[in-house]
Design a protein around this ligand. Structure first.
Ligand code: HEC
Length: 218
């Protein structure tokens, strides 16, 4: 019995030691780690080099596909049917298009600190990263992409890949200051998105991110 207890205790210590090592070892900013660990999750790395190239490529591919797919479709609609038609496209198809890329265990969506559609709302990790990217954008050093490698409570290693989205001239048609948005668009927005927060933007602002999430090999 005593022997068993000791063995059990030793195993626990070893596990805790391992976890502590994972939690504190070899990071760029050890002080911030406590804040960054979330419900048993541990941030292992924030550098692109920490991600195997196949996983990184697949995350980039998903972000490209969603970004370009939405943009091409939106611009096509804008040209063919003007802002009102494009708005109908956005409302009906953006969610469907997003779902289409959620294959192969890769989750990709657009999110923001100020969402138009509550279905695009950020999770805890995304809120923190959006805050971080907003600070970097303000300092004029917004990176083209940002990653976090997280160890989940389940033991799985997970990649969080982020591609910042900035506001282009055409975006303010629907995301600019509310007073400048055409009444026809404003009324559709009010009807479809009663909780719309995604207005008031100017060209060059950080609008949000394309966020990709996938499991990583060990
Ligand atoms: C024709 C109107 C229209 C234009 C132009 C437009 N958007 Fe949107 N945008 C929308 C609508 C509608 C949604 C909500 C889509 C949904 O339901 O997912 C949206 C959602 C988004 C989201 C997802 C987060 C959220 O707020 O729900 C991002 C990011 C975004 N737009 C960025 C842009 C950018 C960047 C541009 C310019 C390149 C742009 N939009 C141009 C109408 C527009």
């Amino acid at each position: 019995m005593e022997c068993n207890m000791t063995g059990w205790y030793r195993t626990l210590l070893a596990l805790a030691g391992g976890a502590l090592l994972v939690a504190c070892g070899g990071r760029d900013e050890p002080v911030a780690q406590a804040e960054l660990s979330l419900a048993g999750e541990v941030l292992e790395a924030t550098s692109l080099e920490a991600v195997d190239s196949a996983s990184l490529l697949s995350a980039r591919g998903a972000a490209d596909a969603l970004g370009k797919g939405l943009m091409t479709a939106l611009l096509g609609q804008l040209e063919a049917e003007g802002p009102d038609g494009a708005l109908a496209f956005c409302a009906d198809s953006a969610q469907l298009l997003t779902a289409r890329y959620q294959a192969d265990g890769i989750d990709v969506h657009r999110t923001s600190l100020k969402v138009r559609n509550p279905a695009n709302a950020p999770d805890t990790v995304e809120v923190r990263v959006l805050d971080l990217l907003a600070d970097l954008h303000e300092s004029g050093v917004l990176p083209p992409e940002y990653v976090e490698v997280r160890r989940l409570a389940t033991g799985t290693r997970e990649l969080r890949y982020f591609r910042p989205i900035t506001v282009a001239a055409g975006c303010v048609t629907c995301h600019g200051p509310a007073d400048n948005i055409a009444p026809s668009i404003r009324s559709v927005l009010a009807e479809r998105y009663p909780e719309d927060m995604a207005v008031g933007y100017a060209e060059g602002d950080l609008r949000g991110v394309i966020a990709v999430r996938r499991a990583l090999p060990e």
